[in-house]
Design a protein around this ligand. Structure first.
Ligand SMILES: [Zn+2]
Length: 158
């Protein structure tokens, strides 16, 4: 399932990417958003009632009622019955939405802090912006947020 989210849902877009989903954050007008959803067969996630009304029957629209991004995430996971798969977590660039590619530690030497190079075993890179990603404290903190947001009863082994 691929998504496109309206301009009110930037944080939720990031969280869907953390879960590994293809999620486009749309910052243009409503017409463009609906066109993109139709062309690329994307589910629209929106807080705008007008989009829900205008696309009725033609496009798949999920209407978000919550204001807090974590509650929105929970709402979307439950509403669309998304599975949270551990192997998909952090597999996508949070900025570009591109799938990350695994790269050997030698390839990141000089591109990440020395300490990170020495202590982390696996790295990945975004093919578009060339940012390097790795585990560590940042990752752990996000995992904790995620567990808190979606709870134990999400149906996955995560
Ligand atoms: Zn990127």
């Amino acid at each position: 399932m691929k998504f496109v989210l309206d301009p009110a849902l930037g944080k939720l877009t990031k969280w869907l990417r953390i879960l590994g989903h293809d999620a486009i954050y749309w910052r243009g007008d409503q017409k463009g958003l609906m066109k993109l959803a139709e062309r690329e067969n994307r589910v629209i996630i929106t807080k705008t009632r007008k989009i829900l009304q205008e696309s009725q029957g033609r496009l798949t629209v999920f209407f978000v009622t919550e204001n807090n991004p974590f509650l929105q995430l929970k709402e979307v996971i439950e509403g669309l019955k998304l599975k949270v798969k551990p192997e998909d977590l952090f597999s996508r660039c949070l900025i570009c939405n591109e799938k990350l590619i695994s790269i050997p530690p030698e390839a990141v030497r000089g591109r990440v802090p020395d300490y990170v190079y020495r202590t982390q075993g696996s790295f990945s890179e975004c093919p578009k912006c060339r940012r390097v990603f790795w585990g560590g404290t940042h990752y752990e903190r996000m995992m904790e947020d995620l567990r808190r947001a979606i709870g134990e009863d999400n149906g996955g082994e995560f």
